[in-house]
Design a protein around this ligand. Structure first.
Ligand code: NDP
Length: 251
C-alpha cells in the first residue's frame, strides 16, 4: 500500500531531534505541525528556518502529556493542513539524574507522564485519526525511544530507561494492532545525540564524558536521527513495521 505523507505532527519540535525532524520534513514537502512546552523563542526560530526554506509549518504550545493539548495539536494540524498522515512521538525529558533511590517521586512521575503516558496518548490520538478502521487515510507513527531501554543506564537514569522500555513495547504492540489498518509503527532509538538534553544541571554536558562516546567515536547529530525518522515515514520503508532501530553509532 502506498502512503504519501502530507500533514505531519511532531511533538516537541522546537529544539533538538524534533526540530531537526520538523525542518527536514518540511524541506521534503510535508506540512508540519509541531508542539513545544514553553520555549517560544526556540519554536519561533524553528518556524523561521522552515519558512525561510520555503516550507510549511505551524507551532502549537501545549503539553504532550495532556489529553486536551494532544487533541488541540491534532485539530490544529487538520484545520490547517488536512488529514494527519504521520506522527513523530518525540517529546521527552530525562527527569531526575543519578541513582533511582535518590530521585524525587514527583520528578519521576512527571518524566513518566511525558515519556510514557504522553507517548501512549499521542499514539492513540494518531490511530483514531489515521486508521482506515476509523475512516482515516492510514499513515505512519515513529516513536522516539532510546538505547537506554536496553542499556538500563545505571547511576544515570534508570527510571528514564524504564520509560523508554515502555516506548519499545508501545511500538511492537501497536504495530501489530494496526498493521491491517494502513498504519506502520516504528521506533527510533537514538544513542548519544548532540542536543540540549545532554546538559545535566549541576553535572555538565554528557558529551564531555569520554566513557559515553560510542564506537563511532563521536556523538550523533539530530539530523542523523531525523534522516532515519523520515525514512521510516516514507514509502521506502513500506514493509517495515514494529521495528526498533538504533541510531547510536554502534553503542
Ligand atoms: P531536547 O531537550 O533537545 O528537546 C526536547 C523538546 O521536547 C523541546 O522541543 C521541548 O520543548 C519539547 N518538550 C519537552 N517536554 C514537552 C512536553 N511535555 N510537551 C511538549 N513538548 C515538550 O531533547 P532531544 O531532542 O534530545 O530529545 C528528543 C527525544 O529524543 C526525547 O524523547 C529523548 O528522550 C529522545 N532521546 C534523545 C537522545 C539524545 O541523545 N539527545 C538519546 C535518546 C533518546 P521546549 O523547547 O518548549 O522546552
Amino acid at each position: 500500500m502506498s502512503i504519501t505523507l502530507k500533514s505531519l505532527v511532531v511533538t516537541g519540535g522546537s529544539r533538538g531531534i524534533g526540530a531537526a525532524v520538523a525542518r527536514m520534513a518540511a524541506r521534503r514537502g510535508h506540512a508540519v505541525t509541531f508542539s513545544y512546552i514553553g520555549n517560544a523563542e526556540a519554536a519561533e526560530a524553528t518556524l523561521a528556518a522552515i519558512r525561510e526554506a520555503g516550507g510549511q509549518a505551524q507551532a502549537v504550545r501545549g503539553d504532550a502529556a495532556r489529553e486536551e493539548d494532544i487533541r488541540a495539536l491534532f485539530d490544529a494540524a487538520e484545520d490547517r493542513f488536512g488529514p494527519t498522515a504521520g506522527l513523530v512521538n518525540n517529546a521527552g525529558i530525562i527527569g531526575p539524574y543519578g541513582r533511582l533511590d535518590e530521585a524525587a517521586p514527583d520528578d519521576l512521575r512527571r518524566m513518566l507522564d511525558i515519556n510514557v503516558t504522553g507517548a501512549v496518548l499521542c499514539a492513540r490520538e494518531a490511530v483514531r485519526r489515521m486508521s482506515t478502521r476509523h475512516g482515516g487515510p492510514g499513515g505512519g507513527i515513529v516513536n522516539i525511544g532510546s538505547i537506554a531501554a536496553v542499556l538500563g543506564s545505571p547511576n544515570e537514569y534508570v527510571g528514564y530507561a524504564a520509560s523508554k522500555g515502555a516506548v519499545d513495547s508501545l511500538t511492537v504492540g501497536l504495530a501489530r494492532e494496526v498493521a491491517k489498518e494502513g498504519i506502520r509503527v516504528n521506533c527510533v532509538r537514538p544513542g548519544l545525540i548532540d542536543t540540549d538534553i545532554q546538559v545535566i544541571p549541576g553535572i555538565g554536558n554528557r558529551l564531555d564524558n569520554p566513557a559515553l562516546i560510542p564506537p563511532a567515536g563521536r556523538a550523533g547529530t539530530a539530523d542523523e536521527v531525523a534522516e532515519t525518522v523520515l525514512w521510516l515515514l516514507s514509502d521506502a520503508s513500506s514493509y517495515v513495521t514494529g521495528a526498533l532501530l538504533n541510531v547510536s553509532g554502534g553503542r
